[in-house]
Every structure is written in structure tokens, then in C-alpha cells.
Design a protein around this ligand. Structure first.
Ligand SMILES: [Zn+2]
Length: 142
């Protein structure tokens, strides 16, 4: 296979990092959901009579679980993307993503320039602090 000699070690390094991160997120998700009576979201209604506190604790637990699920989805997508011949190409402009960037951020699918442009675009919406996992913005102009 005429694959660049340097891409295979990078791919293997990225796969190892993604799998390590995946295991860590699975452990964290398990810790969030593991209770004496099985796997489920925690419910803090028995811990205090303060409804607002219960609501906040339950919302925080739910947000934490959603964060872990989102991270796992990103990692699974990155692992699948890694099997593509052009795994190190930016999905937006098609240029090579630097190995340093990929090693620092193995879920990256864009080059630095395109990622910054996407984040500026996303900053216009309320999702500015959310990771960008879609390959393009689907928001329609009002
Ligand atoms: Zn790009």
C-alpha cells in the first residue's frame, strides 16, 4: 500500500491515545451511573428537602453524564475517522492537519485555521462553549 511512511506510526499513536481516553471516559461514566441498586442517573431527592438543591444536584449529575457520553461519541467518531486513508486531512479545507495538533487533540478533524473559523462562527450561537462535532454548520439564516 502506497501509504506515507510517517502516517502509520502517527495513526497508531492516535489510536492508542483515543483508546486510552475512551477507557477513562467509560470509567468516569460508570462511576457516575454505578449505584448500589444498579446503573442509573443519581437522584438526590432523598438527600435534602431543599427542592432547588435537589434540582441543581440532579441537573449537574445529568450534565456530567451527558458530557461523558458526548466525549465518548467524539472519540468513537475519531477512531472511525482514523481508519480513513485521509484521516490527517482537515474536513473543511482538505489540507494536512499537523501531527502535533493531532497528537495534542486526537479528536481534531479540522486544521487550526478552520477550527478557529468554526469556533468564531459557533460563538455567534449559544453553543460557543460546546465542542464542535459536526463537519459543518447546519444553522439556517433566520
Ligand atoms: Zn482546514
Amino acid at each position: 500500500m502506497p501509504e506515507a511512511k510517517t502516517s502509520q506510526p502517527l495513526r497508531e499513536q492516535l489510536r492508542a491515545r483515543l483508546q486510552q481516553a475512551r477507557r477513562a471516559h467509560l470509567v468516569a461514566l460508570g462511576a457516575d451511573l454505578q449505584h448500589e441498586d444498579g446503573l442509573h442517573l443519581p437522584n438526590y431527592s432523598d438527600t435534602t428537602d431543599d427542592d432547588a438543591s435537589v434540582q441543581t444536584l440532579n441537573d449537574t449529575a445529568r450534565a456530567h453524564v451527558l458530557h461523558e457520553q458526548l466525549s465518548l461519541s467524539e472519540i468513537d467518531a475519531a477512531l472511525a475517522h482514523l481508519e480513513q486513508p485521509d484521516f490527517d486531512r482537515c474536513v473543511a479545507c482538505g489540507e494536512s492537519i499537523s501531527p502535533d495538533r493531532l497528537l495534542a487533540q486526537p479528536t481534531a478533524v479540522r486544521c487550526v485555521g478552520c477550527q478557529q473559523a468554526a469556533e468564531v462562527h459557533a460563538a455567534g450561537s449559544s453553543a460557543a462553549s460546546m465542542p464542535i462535532i459536526t463537519s459543518h454548520c447546519t444553522r439556517e439564516a433566520p
